[in-house]
Design a protein around this ligand. Structure first.
Ligand SMILES: C[S@@+](CC[C@H](N)C(=O)[O-])C[C@H]1O[C@@H](n2cnc3c(N)ncnc32)[C@H](O)[C@@H]1O
Length: 322
């Protein structure tokens, strides 16, 4: 497993926000036609060619009169930074089917899907984005926005990540799976989906994780008696952090055991968020047996074996038939 070596992590697109923020502020202060023109040209300098201003307004990244404020600029830069990683993956792929397909789990307001579509798929006239989200109002809103913008190759499904792998509205194969801060075990469900759909790439930024911490908590007394390592998760805050850390380690091992190469890096620009771990998995077809063994050994070490059939079912060996 590589750590902090993703080339994009070293060389993100130059952040033009700093350079142009003064100009935008100046434009905001100026009056009349000149002020509007200054604001417009400063804004254009922050955006990519052809980027939809209407979309950015609808996502409240731009204000109604087309300005960026500090918060929205940060959000735009964050999403665009992630889009660069995904764009790079997409550029290297040959779609399985007629066009490249991408499924975004825990899509929320679908910032990521919309901006990806706008920047990477719109102009080419090919490629389809599926947003998977449990909150119906967000799904409805995204559908309406896609209609309004004429983004015809975007579909939004009001289903859970856990139900997505076998849902009839989704194709048999999906090229790219993303999950940006998909809550709790939705990231695991996105991974299961990606494995089922033979995804060529998965881009995951995990969110808070409670499942494993709950199991660690349950067996804490036993583990403390057994090994001094249990000190690592004795205090509740440490239990939570250890749970998250261990969950992501297990996810990486699982992906490696299923034929993916894995890069773990930091999502630069999200430093104010604790949840800025970016996991990029690329299908190589080389299933690492050692990763499967390590994963099982870790589960045993932490007293978490019950999670094996639940989260890592592909590692459960078939019972020998009698
Ligand atoms: C923290 S938000 C992130 C939204 C979006 N990805 C972003 O970064 O702006 C998590 C979203 O995942 C949705 N969600 C939570 N559990 C889910 C599940 N099991 N399946 C699908 N969506 C889920 C929530 O409703 C919420 O909209």
């Amino acid at each position: 497993m590589k750590t902090n070596t993703h080339p994009g992590a070293q060389a993100p697109r130059p952040n033009r926000a700093k350079d142009t923020s003064k100009k935008i502020a100046a434009g905001a202060g100026a009056t009349g036609a000149r002020g509007a023109k200054d604001t417009e040209s400063a804004l254009q300098a922050e955006l990519r060619p052809g980027q939809s201003i209407e979309l950015l307004k609808a996502l409240h990244i731009l204000t109604r009169d087309g300005r960026l404020n500090q918060d929205s600029r940060r959000k735009l830069k964050q999403v665009e930074h992630l889009v660069q990683f995904i764009e790079k993956q997409m550029a290297e792929l040959t779609p399985h089917g007629a066009e490249l397909t991408l499924a975004d789990h825990g899509a929320g307001k679908s910032y990521l899907g919309f901006i990806l579509y706008d920047l990477c798929l719109k102009a080419s006239g090919s490629g389809r984005v599926f947003g998977i989200e449990t909150r119906p109002e967000l799904v409805e809103r995204s559908r309406a926005l896609a209609r309004q913008l004429g983004f015809a190759r975007m579909d939004f499904l009001n289903i859970s990540a856990a139900d997505s792998a076998h849902h009839a509205a989704l194709p048999e194969r999906i090229d790219v799976v993303t999950a940006l801060h998909a809550c709790d075990t939705a990231t695991d469900d996105a991974i299961a989906f990606g494995l089922e759909k033979h995804a060529q790439a998965m881009v995951l930024v995990p969110c808070c994780q409670a499942e494993l911490a709950a199991s660690l908590r349950q067996s804490k007394a036993l583990q403390l008696a057994r090994t001094p390592l249990a000190e690592l998760w004795r205090h509740p805050l440490h239990t939570r952090e250890m749970g998250s850390q261990l969950t992501n380690v297990l996810r990486c091992l699982y992906l490696e055991s299923q034929g993916y190469s894995v890069t773990v890096t930091e999502l630069v620009g999200w430093e104010h968020s604790l949840k800025n771990e970016l996991i990029i998995a690329r299908w190589t077809g080389q299933k690492k047996r050692s990763a499967a063994e390590r994963l099982k050994a870790l589960l045993a070490e932490f007293g978490l074996q019950t999670l094996l059939p639940v989260r890592y079912p592909r590692l459960v060996e078939a019972e020998p038939s009698v």
